[in-house]
Write a protein that binds this ligand. Structure first.
Ligand SMILES: Nc1ncnc2c1ncn2[C@@H]1O[C@H](COP(=O)(O)OP(=O)(O)O)[C@@H](O)[C@H]1O
Ligand SMILES: [Mg+2]
Length: 253
């Protein structure tokens, strides 16, 4: 299996996709062949694409995963989006309710198959999770079984975890909850990346949070990723080189 990371966050919208792209860029500069994967994406837009069937050119409705497409572009991949994001839902929900509403079960085997395929062709796979660790993906098979959460998906990938968190007030609790729970559940947490998904507010909390997290977290902060005016490939790459702790990241590769 390829090496890589599983990127989770303290919440949705914290910057997992941007940080996943930054890690792809930083690791590629180490001379490794890197790809991105967003195994499950919800909130996909419907688009009509011309698809070649055996004889006719038919228009088929497909769901476009924006995170998957972005990661594929950032990694410069030519692979089918079905490998990057094999499971897609229209509704912007956690996978379990989306799958129930849309009447399509989540087939975990499809994810593992796509991952094996990518692992054959790349040295490193950077996998973006969905939401946080306790987002449900499938129901347990019996009422006595707990659901399959993102945490379980992370365990099945078997990759070290990176936790993306917000910089401002409230992040100490959210970051510690995520890191400590992941560790308690036996995941290997490589570190935390604090990401500015919005311009800095210049608050005292933003200034002091990294020190407090450093003091109490069992894992290191491996980057404070800045707010970027644009999310172009070159801008993300430069910021990745400048702001990520490549030495620590390299230890896991
Ligand atoms: N470092 C950053 N600089 C600028 N915009 C960012 C940054 N990080 C995230 N964003 C923006 O914040 C929003 C949420 O980020 P995203 O990476 O999609 O979060 P998640 O994947 O955790 O849901 C997006 O609109 C994204 O473009
Ligand atoms: Mg995302």
């Amino acid at each position: 299996m390829a090496r890589g990371f599983f990127i989770t966050g303290t919440d949705t919208g914290v910057g997992k996709t941007v940080v996943t792209a930054a890690l792809i860029k930083a690791i590629r500069l180490l001379g490794l062949k890197v790809c991105g994967m967003k195994p499950i994406e919800t909130g996909c837009l419907k688009s009509k694409l011309k698809v070649k069937s055996s004889k006719l050119k038919v228009k088929e409705e497909v769901l476009i995963p924006s995170d998957g497409m972005f990661l594929r572009e950032m990694a410069g991949m030519n692979d089918s989006i079905d490998l990057v994001t094999p499971i897609r839902f229209k509704n912007p929900l956690a996978p379990l309710p989306a799958s129930e509403i849309e009447g399509v079960p989540v087939d975990l085997k499809v994810i593992q198959k796509a991952y094996r395929e990518l692992s054959k062709n790349y040295d490193v796979v950077i996998v973006e999770g969905i939401g946080g660790l306790l987002v449900p993906i499938t129901k347990g098979r019996s009422p006595f079984e707990t659901p399959y959460f993102v945490l379980d998906l992370a365990k099945d990938f078997g990759l070290p975890i990176v936790v993306v968190s917000r910089p401002g007030l409230g992040t100490i609790n959210h970051t510690m909850l995520t890191v400590n729970y992941a560790t308690k559940e036996g995941l290997n947490v490589a570190g935390i990346i604090i990401n500015y998904s919005l311009p800095p507010e210049g608050t005292l909390a933003e200034d002091t949070n990294p020190e407090v997290i450093k003091q109490f977290s069992p894992v290191p902060i491996i980057g404070i990723f800045p707010y970027l005016e644009d999310l172009k490939s070159g801008t993300i790459e430069k910021a990745a080189v400048k702001n990520l702790d490549i030495k620590t990241i390299k230890k896991y590769l």
